[in-house]
Ligand binder design. Structure first.
Ligand SMILES: Cc1cc2nc3c(=O)[nH]c(=O)nc-3n(C[C@H](O)[C@H](O)[C@H](O)COP(=O)(O)OP(=O)(O)OC[C@H]3O[C@@H](n4cnc5c(N)ncnc54)[C@H](O)[C@@H]3O)c2cc1C
Length: 388
């Protein structure tokens, strides 16, 4: 069917009216409320509580949650728009919102029974941040080699182990913890548990001191004799691997959104700066060599945006999107690094100092190639899908 006869087919970058209104409200918020705090948050490696509260008030902390649970009842594409717009100003805020929506709430919506949804979704909509704890010191790319152990005990489980690199560890009160109920069963033993801050035997450990996205907390979690009721199992026992695969496949599109937002933020700043900065008697933007570098960056950003939007639209349409999600993550994270690097170059010495925004974008870009599946792992997925 051609585009004409399909009727509904639209250019990917044309947004529906509600999407435009939503994007503009997040953009306005990011500029008014987040931008003034970016440098301080990076320096102090923390996000003020008041800003997190404002994110809840804005309606970006439970985007896809149905309104019966207090959420915005939006689409996955809305989440992508929110993460992109926030990351344009600060990718640390982008990832806080990304993890909340595309990993944590996504898992609750897909796998939670009525009781779990009723107990946790209203809190995650109102004021409670969530975290997603899969990785451990010995299991990153090989996530299902995790060793955190959950032993059945009466009407519950006792969990022992340590999780590493957990985003939102500082802010979260609800943690989705993946543990094995049967190490002999391999990945078929993996089960997702809901652990609340304050549960005896559960501690949030050291916070990592990072290269980039410094305001976003990345923490160790320690579980020692941590007892959780059976009612806090998310989904089926032994099916946690499915929960992880399904949510990470989608979460990866969110990271794509974070990276295109970052690239756009760096490009916006570069266009502004090159028009102001004068050398050899004119703005550096007047040199054709500079114009071509900026045009090349715009080509990159457009291509990456199309892959992110396509993967998100496929997901919302209920179509397969595994390959497209891996493609969008790898491309957008590479583009983010390239564009941020060019931004540093075109700011000259000012690109290397903290008074200007681009050195932070450069540092923040690197994470896109690491978390939610490294670039090598994305290539592995793409190769498997296209080569069989
Ligand atoms: C800031 C930050 C936030 C994070 N947030 C979270 C979070 O919220 N929740 C969570 O569970 N985890 C989180 N992580 C963990 C993250 O997902 C892992 O760091 C990532 O999956 C890589 O695992 P690893 O660090 O163990 O690296 P490794 O798996 O040891 O990889 C090291 C290198 O080896 C390569 N490699 C490994 N296996 C293969 C292979 N089979 N073929 C080719 N190359 C391979 C990798 O591509 C990489 O280049 C976070 C990490 C960071 C740094």
């Amino acid at each position: 069917m051609t585009q004409d006869t399909a009727g509904a087919a639209q250019p990917l970058t044309i947004l529906a009216e509600d999407e435009v209104i939503f994007r503009d409200s997040v953009r306005q918020f990011a500029n008014a409320r987040v931008r003034p705090l970016v440098r301080e948050m990076d320096e102090h490696a923390s996000i003020p509580k008041a800003l997190v509260t404002q994110l809840f008030d804005l309606g970006v902390m439970a985007i896809e949650t149905p309104d019966i649970y207090g959420g915005a009842g939006g689409s996955f594409f809305h989440s992508v728009l929110a993460v992109e717009e926030l990351s344009r100003v600060d990718p640390s805020i982008g990832v806080l919102v990304d993890v909340q929506n595309t990993l944590v709430i996504n898992a609750f919506l897909r796998w939670g029974n009525d009781d779990v949804k009723r107990r946790f979704l209203p809190r995650l909509s109102a004021d409670t941040v969530g975290a997603y704890a899969l990785s451990e010191a010995g299991s990153g790319s090989d996530a299902f080699a995790l060793t955190t152990r959950a032993k059945e005990d009466g009407d519950g489980f006792v969990i022992d182990g340590r999780k590493l690199w957990i985003t939102n560890g500082n802010e979260a009160d609800i943690f989705l913890v993946f543990a094995t109920v049967n190490p002999e069963a391999g990945y078929r033993g993996i089960t997702a548990f809901i652990v609340e801050r304050g549960t005896a035997g559960f501690t949030v450990g050291k916070k990592e001191d990072k290269l980039g996205i410094r305001a976003s907390s990345t923490c160790e979690l320690i579980l020692e004799d941590c007892r959780v009721p059976r009612a806090n199992v998310l989904g089926e026992i032994g099916k946690g691997y499915k929960t992880a695969i399904e949510t990470l496949n989608e979460g990866r599109i969110g990271i794509g959104a974070q990276m295109i937002g970052l690239a756009k933020g760096a490009l916006d700043a570069t266009i502004r700066y090159t028009k102001e900065r004068k050398q050899f008697g004119k703005a550096i933007a007047d040199f054709q060599a500079v114009q071509h570098q900026i045009a090349r960056a715009a080509v990159d950003v457009e291509a990456a945006t199309l892959t992110v939007y396509n993967a998100a639209r496929l997901r919302d349409a209920g179509k397969p999107f595994l390959t497209e999600a891996a493609i969008c993550k790898i491309l957008s994270s590479e583009v983010a690094e390239r564009v941020a690097s060019l931004a540093v170059n075109l700011f000259g010495g000012n690109g290397f100092v903290k008074e200007y925004p681009v050195e932070k974008f450069y540092r923040d870009a690197k994470i896109g190639q690491i978390y939610e599946g490294t670039s090598n792992l994305q290539l592995q997925t793409i190769a498997k899908q296209i080569m069989g």
